[in-house]
Design a protein around this ligand. Structure first.
Ligand SMILES: Cc1cc2nc3c(=O)[nH]c(=O)nc-3n(C[C@H](O)[C@H](O)[C@H](O)COP(=O)(O)OP(=O)(O)OC[C@H]3O[C@@H](n4cnc5c(N)ncnc54)[C@H](O)[C@@H]3O)c2cc1C
Ligand code: FES
Ligand code: FES
Length: 1335
């Protein structure tokens, strides 16, 4: 290389400490470096692809030209360490800790209950922290932008937002509602009247103030380095890749000549994921981040903006915002369009990292900016050793035409974005699965220019993204419209021209073909209306947009949740020390927020440990002919390959193997694993294992396939009451139909993780595992290795979420790892990558519900005959329980005198589905609410009337003949009606719908009767162990697992209450199978119930022993009594045991007292839909829940909000996509959307019923872990209501079916109109679709 001086020492700072890395490897990212090299494990791995925000850290850089320090958030998983030269990195550990002082952000998120499992919390903290470094008093809009790139699967976001909002000077109340009052004001007034209702879950008053002077200073050494005039070329040589970072443009150009194929890595948000997930290999990488010319910004007030290719998208956004403020609207049309998309493009972290140049050059087919830059006549300023060149950024460039692209030697220096002309209009459109941080399904940039002062088209450009493999143009259509007048006459023609020109093959990748076609022309219609409106503003002589169409011109605003929480105040006579009934912060809240909470993979490296990578089946059903691992074994760092042959005892069982044996039964089944000295090496080798398969028949993917093949697991389950035949004979009307409920991925933020440490003596093994059921891990490992359980101790401190996904699967994965540990004799660390986790571990069962319902004309339902089919996947797992629960709980709140339900589990060649919050209830009961709504439609009555009419009214028996009292069900319903002002809002919705054609609102109220627990007594058993030490400190443990649901916090509250000591004297470290044996998995909402009872017994035993000592010395301290007991040789240790609630089910008789008790609730939701795009906005939800006496209202309300949000995901957003061969496509948060911060209702009010008792459970409480999930269906039914209104207005009165989830695609395609009528339809028999529904 001929360029200037070189250096190979990578210098940067982390949390104020200097790091000098002599062997920086370009393939190592900052997340790995922090966690494994620097042992800073607060920064978490959630996806590895920049989409979840768990790894958020702050980077600060000094800009020598502006003399300013820039702080910005990034996702550490996409930052190559080599790019950090001269940067200061701040991680969650760097801003505060319990050992020094905690930062106000950490304090507020913890005390405001913004953390449950805590896995997302460090990322949330760092996003808010970075915002505050730049804006100490942020606006709501800034908060929305900041948190858009951070996912949380537990909380429902509301408390996280609140903690961020507490720094703002803006009102903490949500937007003013129609009443002119904010929801909080209303609630406060209400509580004044009812002084038994509390609305505060924490006290803000004592919060630490934000003091910017306390922050770490930017290292002066880095400033000096930045000022250094003679910068050196940096060269870092890794195991496979060389990183070169030149200091000058001429060095860069020379390097480009020398390594023309080397990518220029700026933000690494395109190159990085390609290298990581698509196996793209670059031996040389050039990093031009230090080239000044790439960062220039030039403003020419007459011509436009020239922005350096190296500017981040966040910077571009700032520049455009400034320009828009400075210049008249007519000149900034393109800038406004760009800005619109920049608000929702990815998350803040990605916008901070990604560069404009990288964005343009990577030419992603879903690029949000390229279609706008393309229609905006932008120009690329390109340079190479040969000289400079200006390339138009047009459709040819975007299509990748050979003559219109950069040559490998060229570098994009800057982009010229011209000002718009007076009679020119530019608009941008995009529709994604959700509003923020989701890649567009279709997007578009559209520009029209008129002959000055007229509405005659002079020039027209339309570009679409998301349609094919590149941005595509509707150029020919546009040409044909030039010279035409902008009026309704061109609309139809334009749509037809576009559809003719821009075609999408029926089986094209990504699917949604008809939806995409519809969006293309729906967008054009929106553009048409926008331009009509603009023309009218310029010249009122032109017609305006009709009033009824106006609202469609406004996009749904990006909003964040706010709302109220109400619960019964604690009796004022109660001792202030007694924590039971108080909204106590999560026991680990502060540690979550400081990153000190240790999750399984945060455990420091164990000497000699190996990492495991999986090789999974690529075939749905095949014989394994051979496994050739020779190539893999020859790779560096590889220690061993483990297959079924290495299992010492039982390789699972006939139905479910640990390692595939002889045959595979789904894509994603573990065939073998590779153990190596690093995960990177293990993964590289896993790709080289060569497996030869022989395909087998049949391949069954869908429920329909399974029914055709009679492929079932277990026998049919059936329940019946009354006389179905007679019931149907007596009714006025009968409806029949079917509805599908899609599956759901757990998406716990912490992927499945296990660390197995074999001991040198007596085959002992220590296992650290993220599991809801540690005992089952112990059991499976024991049976797999053929050793007794007493040699295996499983530790479970906390899991980063479980939701049912960590009940059975950790046992399989634990055993897989234990086989590797047994074979190699070394510790095995086994952390599933997000993609593997999603592929292998299954999720919620997709369900097909068929119904036949008979009813009277007044809506009284007399008979219902229901069939359920669930897609169980390839093994039984917990499917039997899921179908049983779906049947037992199907009736929900309704008394149907003649009711029959039958259910079957379909055995398919999909990964095995498993437990998921609600266990079949959210799917089965959804079907019930669906046919209730269908009955309402048939009777032409409002659905709530049908619900009320058929609801249980008095003490009665369920379909399984269990007696219950519906009093609280009716209370919840009535209170929800009242609190939501249902009737007045329904009227308002109707009025809105009369006044708006393309936007419709819907409202719905849903009741809920949910039964907690299991249908078997012994499943409820629980045990606890309590030690009192002579210093008075107390150590407790129990058989439940902390998954974020606050179980341990509640248990400490129980111990504190029973022992009458402060919570601070009680400690709970972990559960482990050595301390509490033979435990039952923590699930079915009863964790706190049963473990609380066991703990209570243990504490009471100890108190009984201490009683004589206490009464002898009543003024003594707890410590004195403990000491005295010791002196008197009284045991200070006790176990507690709870046998379990009485529960049984007799399936032959179809009856049983199956569940210990019921949780009641109701939810009312209101939504608005955009009929043209299928987008919807959750406006408001009111939930009333019967929690009886809440042990901890903050935790219980947190569970309700979190579960509700997961339900919103299930019913409206989350969509698993499978190929016809059963390959799961959706394996990352990019492809599978869980609710993010803007998907939550703008207003979310939760209140707990007061003055209720549940004598059966501890302290008269109720288990609330799962039930809230189903209430998410109220959003679905509100959407259905809105869709029905739209269809009615369009004259479509025939019944229609709408399955779950109600995605934008579904909503749009059901809102049939002239645009959906225009699109070409494909004959489903004539092509193979890209994906198929499996429900
Ligand atoms: C989680 C996530 C979410 C996303 N969401 C969205 C979204 O919603 N909408 C959307 O539009 N996009 C989205 N993206 C894509 C993102 O916008 C692009 O990845 C990004 O803009 C690329 O910029 P970069 O600087 O990171 O490119 P890099 O990865 O650094 O480089 C990309 C390519 O550009 C070339 N290149 C870079 N600079 C130059 C130059 N100066 N001259 C010549 N060649 C150059 C490189 O050689 C390389 O081939 C998302 C990406 C991620 C990771
Ligand atoms: S782990 Fe980095 S964004 Fe998900
Ligand atoms: S607390 Fe956010 S993912 Fe668990």
């Amino acid at each position: 290389m001929s360029h200037s001086e070189k250096t190979d020492a990578l210098i940067f700072f982390v949390n104020g400490r200097k790091v000098i890395e002599k062997n920086a490897d370009p393939e190592i990212n900052l997340l790995f470096y922090l966690r494994k090299k620097l042992r800073l494990t607060g920064t978490k791995y959630g996806c590895g692809g920049g989409s979840c925000g768990a790894c958020t850290v702050m980077i600060s850089r000094y800009d020598s030209s502006s003399k300013k320090i820039r702080h910005y958030s990034v996702t550490a998983c996409l930052i190559p360490i080599c790019s950090l030269y001269g940067a200061a990195v701040t991680t969650v550990e760097g801003i505060g800790s319990t050992k020094t002082r905690i930062h106000p952000v950490q304090e507020r998120i913890a005390k405001g209950h913004g953390t449950q499992c805590g896995f997302c919390t460090p990322g949330m903290v760092m996003s808010i922290y970075t915002l505050l470094r730049n804006h100490p008093q942020p606006s709501t809009e800034q908060l929305i932008e900041t948190l858009g790139g951070n996912l949380c699967r537990c909380t429902g976001y509301r408390p996280i937002v609140e903690s961020g909002r507490s720094f703002s000077t803006e009102s903490s109340c949500c937007q003013m509602k129609g009443t002119g009052k904010c929801c909080q004001e209303q609630e406060e007034n209400e509580s004044e009247n009812k002084n038994d209702v509390c609305s505060k879950l924490y006290q803000e008053e004592g919060f630490l103030p934000l003091d910017p002077t306390q922050e770490l200073i930017f290292p002066p050494e880095l400033m000096r380095m930045a000022e250094e005039p003679r910068k050196k070329t940096l060269v870092f040589q890794g195991e496979r890749v060389t990183w070169i970072s030149p200091a000058t443009l001429s060095d860069l150009l020379e390097l480009k000549l020398q390594y023309p194929q080397a990518p220029l890595v700026m933000g690494n948000t395109f190159v990085g994921p390609n290298m990581k997930f698509k196996d793209v290999y670059h031996p040389v990488i050039i990093s031009p981040v230090r080239i000044l010319e790439l960062n220039v910004v030039m403003i020419d007030a007459n011509q436009g903006l020239t922005i350096g290719a190296g500017c981040s998208l966040a910077k571009v956004k700032e520049i455009l915002t400034e320009m828009i403020l400075r210049l008249p609207v007519e000149k900034t049309q393109t800038y406004r369009a760009l800005l619109k998309h920049l608000r929702t493009l990815a998350g803040q972290q990605i916008r901070n990292m990604a560069s404009l140049g990288g964005h343009i050059i990577s030419r992603l087919p879903t690029s949000d900016l390229n279609p706008i830059l393309g229609v905006g006549n932008c120009v690329l300023n390109v340079v190479s050793k040969e000289g400079t060149q200006q390339l138009p950024l047009n459709d040819h460039f975007l299509a990748g035409s050979p003559n219109e692209k950069l040559t490998p030697e060229q570098v994009l220096v800057s982009v010229f974005i011209p000002l718009s002309k007076k009679w020119e209009f530019v608009s941008a459109f995009r529709q994604a699965q959700s509003q923020q941080n989701a890649l567009a399904i279709v997007n578009s940039g559209m520009r029209v220019r008129f002959n000055d002062g007229t509405n005659t088209i002079k020039d027209l450009n339309i570009l679409y993204g998301g349609i094919g493999s590149a941005t595509v143009s509707a150029n020919k259509s546009c040409q044909q419209l030039i010279g035409r007048t902008w009026n309704e006459d061109i609309l139809d023609e334009a749509c037809r021209l576009i559809l003719d020109e821009v075609t999408i093959p029926s089986s094209s990748s990504g699917g949604m073909v008809e939806y995409k076609r519809t969006l293309m022309i729906s967008f054009f219609f929106k553009f048409y209306l926008e331009v009509v409106q603009e023309l009218n503003i310029r010249n009122p002589g032109y017609p305006d947009v009709p009033n009824k169409f106006q609202s469609v011109l406004e996009d749904f605003p990006l909003t964040i949740p706010c709302g109220t929480q109400a619960y019964e105040c604690i009796d004022s006579q109660k001792s202030p020390q007694d924590p039971v009934g108080r909204p106590v912060m999560h026991q680990s809240g502060i540690k979550h927020a400081t990153g000190e909470a240790i999750f399984c993979d945060d455990i420091p490296a164990i000497d000699e440990e190996l990492f495991l990578a999986v090789v999974t089946s690529t075939r749905p059903h095949a014989k394994i002919i051979s496994i050739d691992a020779s190539e893999a074994l020859a790779l560096p760092g590889v220690v061993d390959i483990i297959t079924a042959q290495d299992v010492p005892a039982a390789n699972g069982d006939e139905e479910e193997r640990l390692y595939a044996q002889d045959e595979v039964i789904c894509v994603g089944q573990i065939v073998c694993t590779v153990a190596a000295d690093s995960y990177f090496h293990a993964k590289q080798a896993a790709k080289k294992v060569n497996i030869v398969y022989e395909d087998m028949e049949p391949v069954i993917v869908t429920i329909k396939d399974a029914v055709n093949h009679k492929s079932f697991i277990g026998s049919e389950r059936k329940l019946e009451q009354g006389n179905i035949k007679e019931g149907f004979q007596a009714v006025d009307q009968i409806i029949e139909g079917e509805v599908h409920v899609g599956g759901q991925e757990h998406f716990y933020m912490e992927t499945q993780t296990v660390l197995v440490i074999p001991k040198s003596e007596d085959k002992e093994m220590e296992i650290y595992v993220s599991s809801q059921d540690a005992a089952s891990v112990q059991e499976k490992v024991a049976s797999t290795l053929g050793i007794p359980k007493n040699r295996i101790i499983c530790h479970m401190r906390r899991a980063g979420g479980g939701f049912g996904g960590k009940v059975t699967k950790p046992a399989l994965l634990g055993a897989v790892a234990a086989v590797a540990a047994n074979k190699t004799g070394r510790p095995i660390r086994f952390v599933l990558e997000r993609g593997d986790d999603m592929l292998i571990t299954g999720g919620r069962h997709p369900l097909l519900g068929k119904y036949k319902v008979g009813f009277m004309n007044n809506g009284k339902i007399e008979a219902a005959d229901i069939e359920y089919y669930i897609n169980g996947g390839c093994t039984p797992d917990e499917s039997e329980m899921v179908i049983e629960y779906a049947l037992l709980k199907l009736e929900n709140a309704y008394k149907i005198p003649n009711l029959r339900v039958q259910g079957r589990i379909c055995k398919t060649n999909l990964p095995s589905n498993t437990a998921f919050r609600g266990f079949g209830f959210p799917q089965g009961t959804f079907v019930t609410e669906y046919w209730i709504t269908a009955v309402a439609a048939k009777c032409n009555l409002p659905p709530e009337k049908i619900r009320e009419l058929n609801m249980y009214k008095t003490v009665d028996r369920t379909i399984h003949k269990q007696q219950f009292d519906p009093k609280n069900l009716i209370r919840c319903w009535n209170e929800c009606m009242e609190k939501s002002s249902y009737y007045s809002r329904r009227k308002a919705v109707e009025l809105f719908n009369q006044q708006n054609y393309w936007k419709k609102r819907g409202i719905s109220i849903i009741p809920m009767k949910f039964s907690v627990g299991y249908p078997k007594t012994y499943y409820h058993q629980a045990a606890a162990l309590v030690h009192i030490y002579t210093d008075g400190s107390v150590l407790i443990t129990h058989g439940g697992t902390e998954l974020g649901q606050g179980l341990n916090t509640k248990m400490i509250q129980v111990a504190s209450h029973e022992l009458k000591i402060p919570m601070s004297d009680v400690y709970l470290s972990e559960m482990n199978t050595g301390m509490v044996p033979n435990t039952i998995g923590t699930a079915a909402s009863i964790g706190a119930d049963v473990n609380g009872k066991a703990l209570q017994t243990a504490c009471q035993t100890l108190m009984k022993r201490l009683e004589p000592i206490i009464s002898k010395n009543p003024n003594g301290t707890w410590k004195d009594w403990a000491n005295e007991a010791f002196v008197q040789s009284i045991s200070l240790s006790a176990t507690g045991y709870f046998r379990g609630y009485k529960a049984h089910m007799d399936w032959v008789k179809g009856e049983g007292d199956v569940y210990p008790y019921f949780v009641f609730g109701a939810a009312c939701s209101e939504v608005e839909i955009d009929c043209l795009t299928g987008a919807h906005k959750n406006i408001r939800t009111d939930i009333v829940m019967d929690a009886s006496f809440s042990i901890n209202p903050a935790i219980d309300i947190g569970q309700i909000e979190g579960a509700f949000t997961q339900g919103v995901g299930l019913y409206t957003l989350e969509e698993l996509k499978y190929s016809p061969e059963g390959v799961l496509y959706t394996r990352s948060p990019d492809e599978y959307k869980i609710p993010s911060i803007t998907d939550i209702p703008e207003e979310l009010n939760v209140s707990l019923l007061t003055s209720t008792k549940n004598p059966i459970a501890i302290y008269s409480s109720k288990g609330l872990g799962e039930s809230g999930m189903f209430l998410g269906s109220s959003v679905f039914f509100a959407i259905l209501d809105a869709v029905t209104a739209a269809r009615k207005e369009r004259g479509l009165t025939e019944t229609f079916s709408m399955s779950s989830p109600a995605t934008p695609e579904l909503i749009r395609m059901i809102c049939v109109d002239k645009f959906t009528d225009l699109i070409p339809r494909d004959d489903s028999k004539s092509y193979k679709p890209w994906s198929i529904p499996v429900a």
